[in-house]
Design a protein around this ligand. Structure first.
Ligand code: ADP
Length: 673
């Protein structure tokens, strides 16, 4: 076994590899860019070598620098992780030339599988079933189009050098072909510097099933079960699971054996993944082989009880495969969800910034978290914006899915838009629960997964509103205990709130929709009457840690709630919603600094002023009307008092949070109760 290895990667996968190295007493050398000086992978390694500026092509992709770092540190081998240089033939060659072991397959295997066309040609000779299509050398547009016409539409154009779903175009008819080809070629040139294309029959709603294979240098080969990676957005994986649900033992075995044959066809060594499409008739077709460790390898580890990085290290150091096929056992079921800093509501646009709050669920036999970041770290614009992988395992699929769902509801990420709600909604879609999955799942269940459905939203707005009201109460009480001051502003607030006519106003925004909430506290049954749009809800509940349970119009609910700054996320048993809160109702003001301030609850326009400056007003009286997102919102007097001054006039634009009115509460009336 090696004494020291270099990890030519960053983020969660670098950390993942270092963990196994630590377990095996192997010293580790990290590499890092200017953006990663304080990154987790650097702190976990024994040594770290600086490569260059943040941009990957000036740091993590610099073959020479990585090789000299390994030589200088005395590392005998390099683990490339996934992405970056992991499938780069030049890098593999440079390792060989410098007597450094590349922890991965041979140069020949990388080269053969690096092009989807040459991979298909090799697999065809090995009698592995292929997706019907054209993968020839003649790249003239007329030939490609004729191939498409012959196989019938729809077809899929794929860049042979492609990856990560890029350089792909669906073509639905001959008339679209030329344009689609041109677009796919442009994307391929930009992404991979190579616009060679293949044409495949586009399968209607296949499943993506892949098989993990391992080969050693002594002619042994095994497959370590299969994974279903059908849940995809833009041809990229989102949630994966092992084993693939619902396959017959025979089909599983056939696919496993086909995967091993594929690996043997190219004299494979180390960890590899053979990807297949499975159609509704249970026919499977080779799609491609990835000659590296996959992002989703943990689900295989969870069900086989094996450490795949350890296997890679053993094989690279010349040892035999740890198990033969009959010794590979699959126990239980595992899921992995990829948690990203991205906006599912905005076409999955990547997001960058600081992870102000990052609280992962507690790790256990059932929950594993693979991550490369800690609270306070940056998600930078330079790299893949993955925050973590949440992995669950349990005795069966149903239980493992419950663990995944619970883990997603518990995961707290503050300061950054992320896809937690989206993952949670996929996990809780009835079709996913019953394993009715295919690669068009997200498209099919769009309404259930995204923030679309208003009727479902109403229920959770009531929960969000109740949460806000209850936490206000709690904060107020805590403040009171701390200050223990009978004349503190809290007293005023409470006095007002205890009034029969204690009415508060605030707004909750869901996606582009703003909901105005009027809440009235009913002291006789400790509940709130909520008016949200034209709907009325009678709500009551109890909050314990992040769990809120109670009733809405007398029907029971329970939800996990997370709040950060002005966002409140509600995870009900069916669906998750994320609201933005615009409070600025007087009752949440617990500090006398703000007593005479009334703030704009959102960006908008002043429509009209309702009273004259200097007016004495009663609690609840309208002072000013605002318009935001085509809806009008009234700013009311929180308590009785005097309007000294308006800072804006009708027609003015104001920013959310701007002070609108200089208001002096009438102290006498607000302290009586
Ligand atoms: P990449 O290397 O860019 O990830 P793949 O060839 O692995 O591309 O395909 C990615 C995904 O695209 C697959 O998982 C599948 O969902 C979809 N896909 C690929 N080929 C086909 C096809 N012929 N028919 C239908 N869907 C396909």
């Amino acid at each position: 076994m090696f004494n020291k290895i270099l990890i030519a990667n960053r983020g969660e996968i670098a950390c993942r590899i270092i963990s196994t190295a630590i377990k095996l007493n192997i010293k580790t050398v990290a590499v890092y860019s200017a953006a990663d000086e304080n990154a987790r992978h650097v702190s976990m390694a024994d040594e770290a070598v600086f490569l260059g500026p943040a941009a990957a092509r000036e740091s993590y992709l610099l073959i020479e620098k990585v090789i000299s770092a390994a030589i200088e540190a005395g590392a005998e081998a390099i683990h490339p992780g996934y992405g970056f240089l992991s499938e780069n033939a030049d890098f593999c060659r440079a390792c060989e030339a410098n007597n450094i072991i590349f922890i991965g397959p041979s140069l020949h295997a990388i080269e053969s599988m690096g092009s989807k066309s040459s991979a298909k040609t090799i697999m065809q000779s090995a009698n592995i079933p292929l997706v019907p299509g054209y993968h020839g050398d003649d790249q003239s547009p007329a030939v490609l189009k004729q191939a498409a016409n012959d196989m019938g539409y729809p077809v899929l154009l794929k860049a042979t050098a492609g990856g990560g779903g890029k350089g792909m175009r669906q073509v639905w008819s001959e008339t679209e072909f030329d344009q689609a080809l041109a677009a796919a070629k442009r994307e391929a040139i930009n992404g991979f510097g190579d616009d060679t294309m293949l044409v495949e029959k586009y399968l209607a709603s296949p499943r993506h099933i892949e098989v993990q294979v391992f080969c050693d240098n002594h002619g042994n080969a095994v497959y370590l079960a299969d994974r279903d990676c059908s849940i995809q957005r833009r041809h990229q994986k989102v949630i994966e699971e092992a084993p693939a649900p619902g396959l017959s033992d025979q089909l599983r075995k056939d696919m496993g054996q086909a995967a091993v044959l594929s690996a043997l066809a190219i004299d494979y060594r180390g960890a590899g993944t053979v990807e297949f499409l499975l159609d509704s008739d249970n026919a499977f077709y080779f799609m491609e082989m990835n000659t590296r460790l996959q992002v989703e390898h943990p689900v295989t580890e969870m069900v086989t009880g094996q450490d795949l990085v350890e296997w890679q290290l053993l094989i690279a150091s010349g040892e035999n495969l740890p198990l033969n096929q009959s010794e590979v056992k699959v126990t239980g079921h595992a899921f992995e969800a990829r948690i990203y800093a991205e906006d599912p509501d905005n076409d999955f646009l990547p997001v960058s910034g600081t992870l102000n709050v990052l609280e992962a669920p507690k790790e256990s036999e059932n929950i594993r978290v693979d991550t490369g970041v800690r609270q306070g770290d940056q998600v930078s614009v330079y790299y893949d914006p993955m925050i973590a992988k949440l992995i669950s395992w349990n005795q069966n699929r149903e239980l493992a899915l419950q663990d995944l769902s619970k883990g997603l509801a518990q995961y707290t990420i503050g300061g950054m838009t992320n896809n937690l709600y989206f993952l949670y909604n996929i996990a809780n879609t009835p079709a996913f629960k019953s394993a009715d999955v295919d690669t068009r799942f997200i498209e099919k269940y769009h309404r259930a997964i995204f923030h679309d459905s208003e009727e479902q939203a109403n229920h959770s707005i009531a929960i969000a509103a109740l949460y806000y009201l209850l936490t206000q109460d709690k904060n107020t009480k805590q403040n009171n205990t701390a200050k223990n001051d009978p004349f503190s502003p809290w007293q005023k607030t409470q006095a007002w709130r205890m009034n029969a006519a204690a009415i508060q106003h605030f707004s909750l925004q869901l996606k582009q929709q703003l909901y105005f909430v009027q809440a009235e506290y009913l002291i006789e049954n400790s509940s709130y009457r909520l008016a949200i749009g034209d709907q009325q809800f009678l709500v009551t509940g109890k909050l314990e840690k992040k769990q809120l349970a109670g009733t809405i119009n007398q029907s029971y609910f329970s939800a996990t709630i997370k709040d950060q700054d002005d966002s409140i996320s509600i995870y009900t048993e069916q669906k998750a919603f994320e609201f933005t809160l615009y409070q600025k109702s007087f009752s949440d003001i617990d500090d006398d600094h703000h007593d005479n301030h009334l703030l704009a609850p959102m960006n908008g326009t002043i429509v009209s002023l309702a009273v004259a400056e200097g007016s004495k007003v009663e609690a609840g009286e309208s002072l000013l009307m605002m318009e935001a997102m085509k809806m009008e919102h009234t700013i009311r007097a929180p308590v009785s008092g005097v309007v000294n001054n308006f800072y804006f006039q009708a027609g003015d634009l104001v920013d959310g949070g701007a002070e609108l009115i200089d208001f002096t509460p009438d102290t006498e009336s607000s302290t009586e109760s």
